[in-house]
Write a new protein. Structure first.
Length: 414
């Protein structure tokens, strides 16, 4: 366990750059440098985690810890993957709440917002290359985009429809399922972790904490539908947090993702920042700290539930072609959702005023050309050059872009 602590502690501290970089780091530590997992075990575990809602890199770490030292090892690995980033996000959230309205700080975040636009575009390109393997997947992606961009259909519904289509059209793999063997204690595991998940909600309801209960219920729902990573679910979260609940503004949501990009750990830690700001707006710093804690709990306890309940069944799950087909269709749908997010972010960063226009069942976004921000456009072009053209590391690009925003502020251009 001491060695496990050292290895996963290092992984947690170095896990910058999103899930691809985090998975590569774990492969180097767990497969290449140590004989802890075989290549086949690692790839099967990765495929399994991609079937689950939630951050696949964090769940992969949890699975590796479980494989090596059972439930204590899984808890240790999963917590070490999340906690360093959570502490950094907490510190950044407090600083943002206290100083985010200062003009110089806003200028810094203009550079970060411009970078976020290109980061999401880059994620779109990466996911599209991996997911769109045939005409059917292109159609699913296009329909997904139209459903969320024009019709405003709920993200969970889009994911559910894609999964049903993928499962229904999957071709049998001709591979028999592995022998059942000894049955895992799945019901007891599910009951334990469902109880841990639900306990804070029951306590908040009993204490009459309406706001915190609303936060807990919202992020609990989010934990069930976060297929395809944080980028995919961010459009749904933004729609709910900004338009429905009114907890954050559009600019604050874009800043949230920018801050989450600068920290180690899973990108879904953006939910902690959102929960903190929602609490801060509703009742100041004490309520913000409680809301952030509740958000973390209901975001990551389900991850442990999925892994500890499903890991003993991994070999059986891996042999189910319909599950594989559902995952492929979900991933294709995620391409359309991320395209919607890319357009949404770009419009709100580049234009000061974006109106929502309704034409029958269609909901359109119409930017006001007179409110185009030339500094934001210049910063976005610079971020595209550095990330897509020069392939600079993201932390370096974020630092350069924040400095560029501050420079424009000093020149009076923002």
């Amino acid at each position: 366990m001491r060695e496990l602590f050292a290895v996963f502690g290092r992984i947690g501290l170095l896990s910058f750059g999103g899930p691809a970089a985090q998975i590569a780091l774990m492969h180097r530590e767990l497969v290449d440098r140590r004989p802890w997992l075989t290549e086949r075990e690692f790839l099967n575990a990765l495929s399994f985690c991609m079937l689950l809602p939630g951050p696949e890199a964090m769940q992969l770490a949890t699975y590796a810890g479980w494989k090596l030292r059972g439930t204590p090892g899984g808890l240790l690995a999963g917590l070490l993957f999340v906690l360093p980033g959570a502490l950094v996000i907490l510190a950044l959230s407090i600083g943002y709440a206290l100083f985010g309205g200062v003009p110089l700080v806003r200028a810094l975040f203009l550079g970060i917002q411009a970078t976020v636009v290109i980061v999401v575009v880059e994620a779109l390109l990466k996911v599209a290359r991996r997911a769109l393997k045939g005409r059917a997947h292109w159609i699913v992606a296009a329909l997904s985009f139209l459903a969320i961009f024009l019709l405003h259909l709920p993200f969970p519904l889009i994911i559910a429809l894609a999964a049903l289509w993928g499962a229904a059209t999957a071709r049998p793999a001709g591979m028999p399922a592995p022998p059942a063997g000894q049955r895992p204690r799945t019901p007891a595991t599910v009951a334990l972790w469902l109880g841990l998940w639900a306990a804070p909600l029951a306590l908040l309801a009993a204490l009459g904490q309406t706001f915190l209960l609303e936060v807990a219920l919202f992020f609990s729902r989010l934990a069930v539908v976060t297929f395809g990573g944080a980028y995919a679910v961010l459009a749904y979260m933004t729609q709910e947090v900004v338009a429905h609940h009114g907890w954050l503004t559009t600019a604050e949501m874009i800043d949230a993702l920018g801050l989450a990009e600068t920290t180690p750990g899973p990108l879904i830690l953006v939910t902690q920042f959102v929960g903190f700001l929602a609490g801060y707006g509703a009742g100041g710093l004490p309520l913000a700290l409680l809301a952030a804690t509740v958000t973390l709990w209901v975001t990551f306890v389900p991850c442990f539930l999925w892994i500890f309940a499903g890991a003993p069944w991994l070999d059986r799950i891996a042999a189910r072609p319909r599950l594989t087909g559902a995952l492929a269709a979900i991933t294709a749908a995620v391409v359309g959702v991320i395209l919607n997010l890319s357009l949404w972010f770009a419009l709100h960063v580049l234009f000061a005023r974006v109106e929502s226009v309704t034409l029958g069942p269609l909901h359109l976004l119409r930017p006001d050309p007179a409110t185009l921000s030339w500094p934001a456009l210049a910063l976005t072009a610079l971020a595209a050059l550095l990330l897509l053209g020069r392939h600079w590391p993201l932390p370096l690009v974020l630092a350069v872009m924040a400095a560029a925003g501050a420079g424009l502020h000093a020149l009076g251009a923002t």
